[in-house]
Design a binder for this molecule. Structure first.
Ligand SMILES: Nc1nc2c(c(=O)[nH]1)N[C@H]1C(S)=C(S)[C@@H](COP(=O)(O)OP(=O)(O)OC[C@H]3O[C@@H](n4cnc5c(=O)[nH]c(N)nc54)[C@H](O)[C@@H]3O)O[C@H]1N2
Ligand SMILES: Nc1nc2c(c(=O)[nH]1)N[C@H]1C(S)=C(S)[C@@H](COP(=O)(O)OP(=O)(O)OC[C@H]3O[C@@H](n4cnc5c(=O)[nH]c(N)nc54)[C@H](O)[C@@H]3O)O[C@H]1N2
Ligand SMILES: [Mo]
Length: 763
């Protein structure tokens, strides 16, 4: 295919770009002409494609190479590495896989391998890893996500399939048309709308928000951080204590009930269990009426503001947006269920522009009306191993082989893991209480990692297999969550001896005599054509035609036209609940769930409740500041932390921390100074920004700084040395990063140098 007549093009989670190449090196990325609000994040890759942080050949940890599997696991992250050839790396990996499988069985291989990897439908790191391991008998997997595990498990009991709700979130176009009041729990953070998993063409979140504002929609930002909602829309700002939204929603429901503002006809026709929930609201169940005064004590908001908001919500066409962050806290199931019950009482679910929406601007997908598209993907084969863990239970699994855990109504057992394999995620970014993880991580015999840069995950591996970046391989940016479908050109040759994940696995499969099983005789391009053909067939069933392969390659990208009318979540259910029941046991919205009640979990009863989180500002003793470790504005998680865009936003090479002026004054701290954040689990350094955009008592530090451990300290500013590693409840066992108390002090004179971007010693 001669594509020379057009510019090189690629897509990433943070946008689409034309790629400039000179003498075999990428010299720059140009924002996609179709993009009305491009994100700067992508440009951060250019200066780090090559250089000291790039892994250019297979590497083996010195003690492991000398002593074999199981040697000095506690030196992971400290040991030197030894460079080896691909032939040696393949032999070592194949022999170790065989040893572990034969001696301990496939369940002792953990390849949950959670993470975002890169855009590109074929070279998807996890898909490649899972297919490869399935060819040799399978592995222990993980279920659910770090993003919204609690919602993934509670919503199906209450409202139906979670991913259907996400795919069909009511569009911004419908909101501009029909909404009057938009109440955003966790705001509408445009920083997060910069990205979309699998690639994005045009960033629409800001325009969606501005169009709604222009159409007269009023906004309320319920968040500890004012900048979670764009200033231009002039939102009212309510800042409850973090992790108390469930209490606020329950009190709003109480006001509706006691003032007769609930929509009886809706409750009758579309819900079950309202009477049970009403008994909780009035206090008939537990003797505590859930009045605004009751919530006021918990949330630290004036009771009158709560009462007013409930009345405003009932008097207007109201959309409730509930941020994904509300799941990432202790008892994260409750705010989701409480919000659904509140929306049910308002009775506007299924009508244009109103009801409930999950996380506007959490990604660039949320609120885009798109056609329902299904695209082909690289088949992963069958995994015969039954063992799994809820994704955030990794430390517990490594610590406690053979131990049991609860999950969604059942008891399960942790496997005895001997080998861990990660490709396309970074647990030393994403997991909570990293000092605990680091200890648990010392236990397995072997850790294998596919990575392209020397981040903390690569440094904590025994065998590092260097992978290429998207700019070094060709692929398809087919993404059902975006209107733009983009060709991903190979712009340059892989740097050093790096290979695509597919080629890495093909090499090991050959060593194991499984190459044919893994590739089925197809080259990467043949696989991509095969996937594209399936996608074309399914696209034509949703009434649009994808061009043929050659036409797509020539053009570089296509835009799928929007659906005929804006997306309205649960529209069909609203029209006819008998013909279009929800996928819940009753087919209706379950304001009380017999199923959940039947699990008999004290931490997740049969209807939404307020329960004290493990750590929050209303508790006694402990640390005085609530730390919100939210998504970073200048990168995607830990990806490109080392790139130019993220580095430019750092303060003296540390992650910025935002603190209210009163809290800074109480500690004698000044803007721009390096501080130490600490609690009982660990500490890290950060650069101070003083601003009244955060509520007093709350500090904000984004996730993503590469973990740079020195004992229990992170020198660089990764907040996950401080966060709490506890499941949301026995129901979902989701992560709870946002429920975390800390304190902050001035750093001592001799602040240790950050070594996050210094590669390990290579012998
Ligand atoms: N404290 C706190 N912690 C959090 C959160 C929070 O709010 N607060 N949020 C959580 C959430 S929502 C999420 S989704 C997680 C995200 O956690 P992750 O998805 O694990 O984070 P990333 O940094 O995106 O990790 C992706 C890794 O894949 C690598 N990679 C990129 N492309 C390729 C490739 O082609 N092949 C291979 N083999 N590797 C590749 C990157 O270098 C990077 O190391 O973090 C969670 N952690
Ligand atoms: N630029 C960029 N965008 C991203 C990502 C990234 O890494 N970088 N990650 C992506 C991923 S994987 C995900 S899952 C989404 C996540 O999307 P979100 O879950 O929306 O992400 P957060 O930034 O953690 O949270 C949004 C806001 O919620 C507020 N908040 C936190 N706790 C509470 C609380 O208890 N109550 C209330 N009312 N508000 C609270 C915080 O002020 C925070 O800024 O973002 C995606 N978008
Ligand atoms: Mo996420």
């Amino acid at each position: 295919m001669d594509t020379r007549s057009r510019d090189l093009i690629t897509t990433t989670h943070w946008g689409t770009y034309n790629v400039s190449v000179e003498d075999g090196r990428v010299t720059g990325l140009k924002d996609f002409a179709e993009d009305g609000d491009p994100s700067p994040i992508g440009h951060g890759i250019v200066d780090v494609l090559d250089g000291p942080t790039r892994i250019k050949s297979p590497m083996v940890r010195k003690s492991w190479l000398e002593g074999g599997p199981g040697t000095a696991g506690d030196k992971r992250g400290e040991d030197a590495f030894v460079e080896v050839s691909w032939a040696d790396a393949n032999r070592l990996v194949a022999a170790e896989l065989k040893r572990v499988r034969d001696a301990h069985g496939n369940a002792s291989i953990y390849a949950g391998s959670y993470g975002w990897a890169s855009a590109g439908r074929f070279h998807h790191a996890q898909g490649q890893l899972k297919r490869f391991l399935n060819c040799m008998g399978g592995f222990t997997r993980s279920v659910n996500t770090y993003s919204y595990a609690a919602a993934e498990v509670i919503v199906p009991h209450v409202l139906g399939t979670w991913f259907d709700m996400l795919a069909n979130t009511t569009g911004w176009d419908s909101i501009a048309e029909a909404c009057e009041l938009f109440v955003a729990f966790g705001g509408v953070p445009l920083k997060n709308g910069q990205i979309s998993q699998g690639g994005t063409g045009n960033h629409v979140q800001k325009q969606g928000l501005l169009d709604a504002h222009k159409a007269g929609v009023k906004f309320v930002n319920v968040s500890p951080i004012r900048s979670d909602l764009l200033d231009t829309v002039g939102a009212d700002w309510l800042s409850p204590r973090p992790s108390t939204d469930a209490a606020l929603m329950i009190a709003l429901s109480y006001v509706l009930l006691t003032e007769g503002l609930q929509n009886e006809a809706f409750l009758e026709k579309y819900t079950v269990g309202f009477d049970r929930y009403a008994a909780y609201l009035t206090g008939a169940e537990d003797g505590v009426p859930k009045t605004p005064e009751w919530a006021s004590e918990i949330c630290e908001l004036p009771a009158d503001d709560i009462r007013d908001l409930a009345r405003r919500m009932a008097a207007h066409r109201t959309m409730i947006s509930i941020s994904w962050s509300l799941t990432r806290q202790d008892h994260g199931e409750q705010p989701y269920w409480a919000a659904i019950n509140l929306a049910a009482m308002l009775g506007q679910i299924g009508l244009p522009g109103t009801g409930i929406g999950f996380g506007y601007s959490a990604t660039n997908k949320s609120g885009q009306s798109l056609r329902n598209m299904h695209f082909g993907s690289f088949p992963q084969g069958k995994n015969p191993v039954r063992n799994f863990i809820p994704v955030a239970r990794i430390s517990e699994m490594l610590e406690n082989p053979g131990g049991t855990f609860q999950y969604n109504g059942k008891t399960h057992e942790f496997p005895d893991v001997k080998l861990v394999w990660w490709a396309g995620g970074n647990p030393f970014h994403h997991h909570q209480d990293l000092n605990r993880l680091r200890k648990a991580w010392a236990k397995p015999d072997t850790v294998i990692v596919n990575e392209w840069c020397w981040n903390s995950l690569a440094r904590h591996a025994d065998i590092v297999l260097p992978c290429s970046t998207t700019l070094e391989r060709s692929d398809l940016g087919l993404n059902p969550r975006d209107a733009y479908q983009v060709v991903m050109d190979q712009a340059i040759e892989p740097v050093g001896a790096a290979k695509s994940d597919h080629d890495i696995f093909r090499g090991i499969a050959a060593e194991l005599g499984l190459e044919e099983d893994f590739t089925e005789g197809r080259s990467p391009e043949e696989w991509q054509k095969w996937m594209y053909e399936i996608s074309r067939q399914s696209a034509s069933r949703s009434a649009f035609e994808l061009p043929d392969w050659d036409t797509l390659q020539l053009k570089g990208w296509i835009k799928v036209p929007p659906p005929e009318k804006p997306t309205v979540m649960l529209e069909a259910f609203r029209e006819d609940p008998d013909a279009n029941p929800l996928k819940t046991p009753s087919g209706r919205i379950e304001m009380y769930s017999e199923t959940v009640a039947g699990f008999d979990y004290a931490d997740c009863p049969g209807h939404p409740v307020w329960m004290e989180p493990g750590e929050w500002l209303g508790g006694v003793g402990s640390y005085p500041l609530h730390m919100i470790s939210n998504q970073p504005r200048t990168k995607l998680h830990s990806q490109l932390d080392h790139g130019s865009v993220s580095r430019a936003a750092q303060i003296d090479g540390r992650e910025p921390l935002t603190m209210h002026p009163d809290d800074a004054a109480a500690r004698n701290l000044s803007d721009g100074q390096i501080v130490r954040i600490f609690n009982q689990r660990g500490d890290c350094y950060a650069g101070l920004r003083i601003s009244d955009e955060v509520r007093p008592g709350v500090i904000q530090i984004a996730t993503g700084a590469w973990y740079d451990p020195d004992g229990t300290t992170c020198r660089h500013g990764n907040p996950n040395v401080l966060t709490l590693d506890k499941g949301t409840s026995n129901l979902a066992q989701g992560p709870t990063a946002h429920s975390c108390l800390v304190d902050v002090e001035a750093a001592a004179e001799d602040i240790p140098e950050s070594r996050a971007y210094t590669p390990p010693v290579i012998e």
